[in-house]
Every structure is written in structure tokens, then in C-alpha cells.
Design a protein around this ligand. Structure first.
Ligand code: COA
Length: 323
């Protein structure tokens, strides 16, 4: 049995934050942001909305694209670091909004690597015969946890959601394999201290509600981690970089993507990049980019697709897909 992706969808908030708008909030410049990150603008969710709202819209679009009704789904997985609330899960919220009952739904927490962790989980459930049709959503609304006085983080992150429908098939198509990693000793590279059981909300001061990041340290381990995941996965699957038709990387920083391309000796033209429009949307970045790549006809029948991500945890990984 193979796990074939049969539908994709995305939901990006309308509200745009340009670099020029950030210049008015912090000591930064469009030139600095573009040259250091590749980001020109990012999107921000409305204050009365939460992750499950974006997730639900992206899920509906993916189901429509797959030609399925919600009641044909066996399992809902939501990769997110910004759930609507600590519990219940955002996956349960999405299930409720889709009008479904009696199917399992749960969240995965691997932050920016969440979608790759989700693909590997869905693939394992399908290949073991437990479920046949899985809805996987990657969603994050990190702008709700950003200090717009901190120039080192506020320029990077944006909101969004992307979804895929994955179905069991006997065809030779779908997820070939995934490789996942984590290093919990570096938990403090990117983290959000407040609101959990260590610093509960009632004890938190405002500062603990904001995302903290050691940008420079993260940059270095990101490039090494992505290279490790890709090289190991390709070796395991007996596939070489020249066999890969398109790379859909996590959109964290254009310089990280360019460094990876140099290390793998892989052409930038075959790497899908949309970071300039959305910034880093965490778990949503790969499914949003994937949906756009399909709509722009960048992916054709039989193509080998490589997806790769890293993020807080630290977590990192890669997936190979035959389209
Ligand atoms: N505008 C202007 N100056 C800024 C700035 C901003 N938005 N943010 C930081 N700076 C300043 C710093 O204060 C520092 O000034 P100093 O030299 O006077 O101390 C200088 O720019 C260089 O800072 P540094 O952190 O070394 O910059 P950098 O080239 O590493 O770029 C990041 C910063 C955050 C863009 C980069 O480290 C990065 O992308 N890291 C990876 C983060 C990431 O991907 N996180 C998500 C993981 S999923």
C-alpha cells in the first residue's frame, strides 16, 4: 500500500504586513530584511480568529481539490505550535467545524517541522493498514506570539495554513519515505516560555508570552540538519539529487535555502521559494508552498518531490514523494 496525496489546499490571511510597515515599529529597514532573510511581506490573522479557522478553510479546499466529502476522512492530523488553546486539540476543533464525529483527531507538535512529522505519521498509518484516508493540516499563527518591539523576530514570522488529503493506493505513487530527527538539548534555540505548565498563564508576565529565538545559532544547525536529513534519506531510497525534480523546503530564510542548494550542488531554479510573500509560516510553510507549486504547474506526473524542514525542538527531517 502507498500513501498518495490526492488533494491540496491553503488559507492565507488577507492582512499584509510589509517591511515598510515594520520600519515604523522597530529599528529595521526593507534592505536589511530582504538581504538577510528574503522576506518582503508576511500575513497576519485577524485578532478574532485562531489557528483552527485557517486550518478549517485549508482543509475544506484540500477536500474539494481531492473530490472528497468530509465524511470520507478516517483520521485528522493537525501539525501546529499555536493551537487555539492548550486543550482540546486544534484537530478536534477542525473535526467539529467539518461536522465530523467518531473519527480520531489529534495534534502533532514539531513546530516548523510539523508537516514533515505529519507526513511520516500519516504514511505509517496508511502503510500499516490502520487508516485509508487522512486529512493532514499544517497551521500556525505565530504573529499572535510575536513581540512587535523585537526586531530580531518580528520580521521573520507570518500566519497561514496548508492541508493535504492522503489516501491509500496500490499505484506506485505517493510518499516514498521520510526521515525525522530531534535534539531536545537545544530546546531553548526557539521557544515560547509562557502559558504552559512550567510558567502557567496566571504566573506569566507579558514577556514570557513572546517567541524567543537564537537566530544565529539556529541558522548554523539548520543548514547542517537539513543536509543530514536529505543525504540520509536519499541514500536510504537509492535516489540521487539529480533524480529530484523539485524541492519544497520550509521557508525560513532564503540564505538557509541557498546554503543548502550549494551544499547539495542542486540548482536554485528547481527549489520552490515563496518566502518573499509570506515569511516563515512554521508548520504551514511546506503545504502552502506545495499547493502553490501545483497551481503554478511546477509539478508533473511522475516527478520526484523532496520536502525538508527544521524548527524548534530542535526538530528536522525530510520526505520524498513520487507524484
Ligand atoms: N533589522 C536590522 N538589524 C537587525 C535586525 C533587523 N530586523 N535583526 C537583527 N539585527 C541586527 C542585530 O542586532 C545585529 O546587530 P549588532 O551587530 O549591532 O549586534 C546584526 O543585525 C546582526 O545580527 P545577526 O543575528 O548576526 O544577523 P543574522 O545575519 O544572523 O540574521 C536572522 C538574523 C534571524 C535573520 C538569521 O540568523 C536567521 O534567519 N536565523 C535562522 C532563524 C530561523 O530560521 N528561525 C526559524 C526556524 S524554523
Amino acid at each position: 500500500m502507498q500513501s498518495q496525496i490526492i488533494g491540496t489546499g491553503a488559507c492565507i490571511p488577507d492582512n499584509i504586513i510589509t517591511n515598510e510597515a515594520l520600519e515604523k515599529l522597530v529599528d529595521t529597514s526593507d534592505e536589511w530584511i530582504v538581504s538577510r532573510t528574503g522576506i518582503r511581506e508576511r500575513r497576519r490573522i485577524n485578532s478574532n480568529e485562531a489557528s483552527s479557522d485557517l486550518a478549517y478553510t485549508s482543509a475544506k479546499r484540500a477536500l474539494k481539490n481531492a473530490g472528497l466529502k468530509p465524511d470520507q476522512v478516517d483520521l485528522i492530523l493537525v501539525a501546529t505550535a499555536t493551537p487555539d488553546m492548550l486543550f482540546p486539540s486544534t484537530a478536534c476543533m477542525v473535526q467539529g467545524k467539518l461536522g465530523l464525529k467518531n473519527i480520531p483527531a489529534f495534534d502533532l507538535s514539531a513546530v516548523c517541522t510539523g508537516f514533515i512529522y505529519g507526513l511520516a505519521t500519516a504514511d505509517a498509518f496508511i502503510k500499516s493498514g490502520v487508516y485509508k484516508t487522512i486529512l493532514l493540516v499544517g497551521v500556525d499563527t505565530l504573529t499572535k506570539f510575536i513581540d512587535y518591539k523585537d526586531r530580531t523576530t518580528c520580521v521573520i514570522f507570518g500566519d497561514g495554513a496548508g492541508a493535504v488529503v492522503i489516501k491509500a493506493t496500490k499505484e506506485k505513487k505517493g510518499i516514498i519515505a521520510s526521515k525525522l530527527y530531534a535534539d531536545g538539548s537545544k530546546w531553548d534555540y526557539i521557544h515560547l516560555p509562557g502559558g504552559g505548565s512550567r510558567i502557567p498563564s496566571y504566573k506569566s508576565d507579558r514577556n514570557t508570552y513572546y517567541l524567543k529565538m537564537k537566530g544565529n545559532d539556529t541558522f548554523k544547525v539548520a543548514v547542517r540538519g537539513l543536509e543530514q536529513a536529505i543525504v540520509t534519506l536519499l541514500k536510504q531510497c537509492c535516489i540521487s539529487t539529480s533524480d529530484i525534480d523539485i524541492v519544497i523546503p520550509h521557508q525560513a530564510n532564503i540564505r538557509i535555502i541557498e546554503a543548502l542548494a550549494r551544499k547539495l550542488d542542486y540548482p536554485m531554479e528547481k527549489i520552490f521559494v515563496n518566502i518573499q510573500k509570506y515569511g516563515n509560516t512554521s508548520a504551514a510553510s511546506i503545504p502552502i508552498a506545495f499547493d502553490e507549486a501545483i497551481k503554478e504547474n511546477r509539478i508533473k506526473d511522475g516527478d520526484i518531490i523532496l520536502m525538508t524542514a527544521f524548527g524548534s525542538g530542535l526538530t528536522w527531517g525530510a520526505s520524498l514523494i513520487r507524484w
